[in-house]
Write a protein that binds this ligand. Structure first.
Ligand SMILES: CC(C)(COP(=O)(O)OP(=O)(O)OC[C@H]1O[C@@H](n2cnc3c(N)ncnc32)[C@H](O)[C@@H]1OP(=O)(O)O)[C@@H](O)C(=O)NCCC(=O)NCCS
Length: 284
């Protein structure tokens, strides 16, 4: 019997969240136990345990009709390059296809090497921007106000159109994490943009950030960043050069690239021109 056959296939649930954080932390990722619990509650989690019961590999799908979002593809260092990510991806793709959903994901550079041969195509590039400490922000003029619980249904309907898929449960959860840093843009009573924030293992993540233009995007992100302490991440679409240079002026620097990829399709589902920062590679 080879060492490889000693692995056990397991389904993961919210109770596995604390253990799964160890795997994402090993890769230097930002997810907390709350993030994992959210994804394992809303989605379907797949894993491999070694003969000692340790979790050594994971992947999950989040149902975002019309597509399935694949996330948290992780293999511990000692088990890499033995086909585990490919195997788990195949399970995720089968799971998506059984539900009639198209698989999509945001890939790290290492991830793209696994996903391309499986039929994923690149849709657009993203850059993770990180600030250790955000530089002081002058108030930015814009049609921006604090988001309240009463705004949620309207914001969720706005996001459905812009993101091209249904992810209300996830966004409701994110709003609940940091409601004081959630803002919306509104013109004549109509929502034209919004921003959410959540705490991470090592930095606050700002996103999604949607806006009708660059100046409103900067006004929203400026509002979300006010009074925020510590390190911050934003995952910004590469086309949004004005926002990227605004972030550069406020203490952010590029940390790593991501590629949005969709199975068998090189065209985005979302309105990429209005989607300035994503919710994070794990949430789309
Ligand atoms: C990326 C990752 C999930 C790959 O897991 P894995 O189980 O080693 O991947 P596989 O064994 O299925 O690799 C399949 C193929 O992808 C390519 N590949 C995978 N990792 C690679 C690497 N680090 N460098 C070059 N090619 C790589 C190879 O072509 C490999 O086939 P081969 O080993 O026969 O040459 C793993 O390295 C990891 O957890 N990295 C850190 C987290 C991460 O970036 N996850 C991806 C999120 S999108």
């Amino acid at each position: 019997m080879t060492e490889r056959t000693n692995l056990t296939e397991v389904l993961l649930g919210p109770a596995d969240a604390a253990e799964a954080v160890a795997l994402s932390a090993e890769a230097g990722w930002n997810q907390t136990v709350d993030d994992w619990a959210l994804m394992l509650e809303f989605g379907a989690g797949f894993g491999r345990r070694d003969r000692y019961g340790r979790l050594v590999a994971t992947a999950l799908t989040l149902p975002y009709p019309p597509f399935a979002w694949i996330a948290m593809v992780l293999v511990t260092k000692t088990w890499q390059r033995r086909g585990l990510a490919t195997e788990l991806l195949r399970t995720c793709i089968d799971d998506a296809e059984r539900s009639g959903l198209v698989a999509g994901l945001d890939a790290t550079p290492a991830g793209t090497l696994v996903y391309r041969p499986l039929g994923f195509e690149a849709v657009y590039g993203l850059t993770r921007m990180r600030a250790e400490t955000v530089a002081p922000i002058k108030t930015i003029a814009g049609p921006v106000r604090a988001m309240t619980e009463a705004d949620l249904d309207t914001v969720l309907a706005f996001d459905r159109k812009l993101f091209g898929a249904e992810r209300s449960g996830v966004l409701r959860h994110l709003f609940g994490r940091q409601p004081g840093h959630a803002f919306l843009a509104e013109v004549s009573g109509t929502v034209s943009g919004y921003v959410l924030a959540r705490e991470g293992r090592e930095a606050t993540q700002i996103g999604p950030l949607a806006a009708p233009d660059e100046s409103t995007a900067c006004a929203l992100v400026g509002a979300a960043l006010a009074d925020l302490k510590g390190a911050v991440y934003l995952d910004v679409g590469d086309r949004h050069t004005s926002l990227l240079s605004w972030l550069d002026d406020h203490g952010f620097a590029p940390q790593r690239p991501y590629t949005r990829m969709i199975m068998g399709r090189a065209k985005p589902y979302d309105d990429a021109a209005s989607q300035y920062a994503i919710a994070g590679p794990e949430l789309g």
